[in-house]
Design a protein around this ligand. Structure first.
Ligand SMILES: [Zn+2]
Ligand SMILES: [Zn+2]
Length: 389
């Protein structure tokens, strides 16, 4: 089959590789219909994530059709159309039973490497380095889905491939970010970062009862999308003094909840830095946690800060004293996709949200090297790329 392979930093190639086969009784093989490039794929592209190997197949956002199932899979049959969560979860461990799917104890065969770095390991991830299990990703013609009985969700015929594709990651991620805000009817929610996750956080905040959403970014195209699609008020942080402006717009009190949908792009780097030298980490981390600082500084007393953006290591100068004095609630973490897929599928069916609005580019799998380049360089208004094998 053809697959998108990592060959080194900024070296993505579409190569011919062996087809995946059933290895374990709970596996399924899925023929990919649609797959997307995620912002977090750029950390791999830029070479910031350790334990990548030449030839690793990328991609953790995909959907398609079941073509083969292992002997213990009863829930799925060849021909079923499914969407698959980015994190791999066994369904039966202590954490899976608590619906903390992304913290599964059983799905990372290289847990010891992650334990060395963090003291523990989370779930294995598709197409995201050998640190997270070395699973081949879904930017390919076929993919092996482990624990497919709890990982792959069947999708109804009345929905298009693209309408369900983002249930694999970014829609549940944006939704969980808003859900973590414990929104009360009429609340004001501020969202930092209007990439795809930020866009879905905006939509989700309204779905969960927010009265106002303020979208913060510097890219006019993203702010426009937040205003037109998300019905958010917008704020360009390059044009105003952000903290003052937020105060001004909320009667001097600050937003009820603040969502960090930026994370630390530089924090992909901190993983490596952590791996190498604490000193280097400190140097890398001094300039970028500004979004997290701003959310804490601007949130109203007793409010909630919800972190959806990915953080990798140690960060400094976080104003914990302010968070404590204000009595803030801080919520964060890798998305428990399996928990939110079904409720969100229902919302898509009811027409409450159509996630396809974030797609700016539709390409062939063969064009992946250009797609990565364009996405990484932020060219042609590229917000979200969907590829078809
Ligand atoms: Zn993703
Ligand atoms: Zn588990």
């Amino acid at each position: 089959m053809r697959a998108v392979c990592w060959n080194g930093p900024k070296d993505i190639r579409v190569e011919s590789v062996p087809d995946p086969i059933i290895i374990n009784p709970r596996d399924a093989i899925v023929r990919i219909h649609k797959t997307a490039i995620c912002g977090s794929d750029l950390h791999l592209y830029n070479g910031y994530i350790p334990m990548m190997e030449k030839g690793d197949i990328l991609g953790h956002e995909f959907m398609g059709e079941v073509v083969e199932v292992g002997s213990r899979i009863e829930e799925l049959r060849p021909g079923d159309r499914v969407v698959v969560p980015f994190s791999i979860s066994c369904g039966y461990c202590f954490f899976c039973r608590k619906e903390l799917w992304s913290l599964c104890d059983n799905s990372n065969p290289n847990a010891s490497a992650a334990e060395k770095m963090y003291g523990f390991s989370g779930a294995g991830l598709f197409g995201y380095s050998h640190l997270y299990g070395g699973y081949s990703g879904g930017q390919a013609e076929y993919v092996r889905v482990p624990f497919a009985d709890v990982g792959a969700m069947k999708v109804p015929e009345d929905l298009l491939d693209e309408q369900v594709l983002f249930l694999s990651d970014i829609l549940p991620t944006g939704y969980m970010a808003a859900k973590n805000c414990a929104i009360k009817p009429g609340d004001t929610v501020a969202v930092w970062g209007c990439g795809p996750v930020g866009q879905f956080a905006i939509k989700s905040a309204y779905l969960l009862g927010a009265g106002r959403v303020i979208a913060i970014d510097a890219a006019p195209m993203r702010l426009e999308m937040a205003a037109n699609q998300g019905k958010a008020e917008t704020l360009n942080y390059e044009e105003v003094e952000l903290l003052e402006e937020l105060k001004e717009r909320t009667g001097g009190r600050g937003p009820d909840a603040c969502i960090d949908a930026v994370g630390m792009e530089a924090h992909g780097t901190s993983l490596t830095a952590l791996y190498d030298r604490a000193k280097q980490a400190v140097k890398l981390e001094t300039d970028r946690p500004n979004v997290l600082r701003q959310t804490i500084e601007s949130c109203r007393k007793g409010g909630t800060v919800s972190i959806a953006g990915v953080y990798g290591g140690y960060i400094d100068k976080i104003p914990l004293g302010i968070a404590f004095a204000k009595g803030l609630t801080l919520k964060m973490g890798q998305t428990h996709v399996q928990k939110f897929m079904k409720p969100l599928l229902e919302r898509i069916r009811k027409g409450e949200i159509d996630p396809t609005f974030v797609i700016t580019h539709r390409l062939r799998l063969q064009e992946a090297p250009e797609a990565y380049r364009m996405f990484a360089d932020n060219k042609n208004g590229c917000l979200k790329v969907v590829m078809k094998p």
